[in-house]
Design a binder for this molecule. Structure first.
Ligand SMILES: [Mg+2]
Length: 375
């Protein structure tokens, strides 16, 4: 049901030209009555289906195998990525265009997607959202009503970032009006959310330390640390550059190291994305709801039992470690198109996958054979 609602919501952002096609897809999905497959698939994105914005490993061909000839989804699959910074609806549109198949927002689970579960706790509280893209829009769409991006928050405090005059990028000075500035300065920040990769480490570490050591009131005396949430803890990831790039886990180490050197109590934080088993539990719930939507089983919404859920990833420390820890029904498959670069006979020593393949297409071919699934 939720999946269908999200699907409908996303359609509001699509062009009018796309709407008839989308709604015919929904009605065809809803009228599909055959027995759902006893397996599902979770694809990592970076280093598995995309490198930067370029499809890799035969991903478009592999994904098309999961739809029937008329483009209707027949195998339940989601993208389970630690990446983010954009709304799930927007990411679904981007992925549809890049990969050439119809992907609904309900099939996109990002590192920050589980933040939704914290809405009850922080719905009306002042919270700060950090990261590239649109971190505050992401949180607003989840239902947080008093969220401010750190870019704007930093502008409320004169000289909070002494390096700002040396930074050549646009500071969005006009984005915050002076009345809002005054009220923000006296309002206590109740939590900080690292939604996506920090764009300006020096400023963000400075401002976060100010928030976290003062109980949420930069410039005041010490106070209890507000809760701090990270979308994930990836130390590195495979982007468009040949060697891996530092991710949110590296930023966390930098923040933690500095905070712990200025504060008597160690930094407290929670990371919710892969490899946290919570991310895999959540993925299983999302896949079950997807099956209910695809097979029109609203009476037993979310109750479908999977015999196997395949996780296809490129990072042994994230995708494989997490799905191993999550246990049944997860079956980890490691590709060689990203972080893992072992030879064709090797597996990862510390976190071995059930299967190692060259590409995502090899992984999907294996799954279809293993499940004896004929279209
Ligand atoms: Mg990856």
């Amino acid at each position: 049901m939720i999946a269908l609602q999200m699907l409908r919501k996303s359609s509001q952002t699509r062009s009018r030209k796309q709407l008839p096609r989308l709604f015919s897809t929904i009605s065809q999905l809803s009228s599909q009555q055959s027995t759902p497959p006893s397996f599902g698939i979770a694809f990592d994105i970076d280093g598995v289906v995309l490198r930067g914005n370029t499809p890799i490993g035969g991903a478009p061909r592999a994904l098309r195998r999961l739809y029937d000839d008329s483009g209707i989804l027949k195998i339940p699959f989601i993208f389970l990525t630690n990446g983010g910074g954009v709304r799930e609806s927007k990411r679904a549109l981007e992925l549809s265009e890049l990969l050439g198949v119809e992907i609904s927002p309900s099939q996109v689970v990002q590192g920050h997607s589980p933040f939704k579960q914290l809405v009850n706790r922080f719905e009306n509280e002042l919270i700060v959202a950090v990261g590239k893209g649109e971190p505050a829009s992401v949180m607003s769409e989840y239902g947080f009503k008093n969220v401010i991006p750190i870019d704007e928050y930093a502008l409320c405090f004169e000289s909070i970032d002494p390096l700002a005059p040396y930074k050549k990028w646009n500071t969005m000075e006009a984005a915050v009006n002076s009345a809002r500035k005054c009220s923000i300065k006296s309002e206590r920040v109740q939590a900080a959310f690292i939604v996506s990769d920090s764009v300006d480490w020096s400023r963000d570490i400075q401002v976060l330390c100010d928030i976290l050591r003062t109980g949420g009131l930069p410039g005041s005396g010490e106070g209890p640390q507000p809760p701090l949430y990270f979308a994930h803890d990836d130390f590195k990831y495979q982007g468009a550059f040949p060697s891996e790039r530092f991710g949110m886990g590296a930023f966390r180490i930098a923040l933690e190291s500095i905070f712990n050197s200025i504060h008597s109590e160690a930094l407290k934080y929670t990371s919710l994305g892969k490899p946290n088993p919570v991310a895999f539990k959540n993925a299983e719930v999302v896949l079950k709801l997807l099956v209910s939507t695809l097979y029109h089983d609203h009476a037993h919404s979310g109750s479908h039992d999977f015999r196997t859920l395949y996780m296809i990833g490129d990072n042994p420390f994230v995708d494989i470690k997490g799905s191993r820890q999550a246990g049944h029904p997860w079956f980890p498959i490691l590709t060689r198109t990203g972080v893992f670069k072992g030879d064709c006979h090797s597996n990862h020593a510390e976190f071995p996958a059930n299967l190692v393949v060259d590409t995502v297409e090899d992984a999907v071919n294996f799954i279809m054979r293993n499940e004896s699934y004929e279209p």
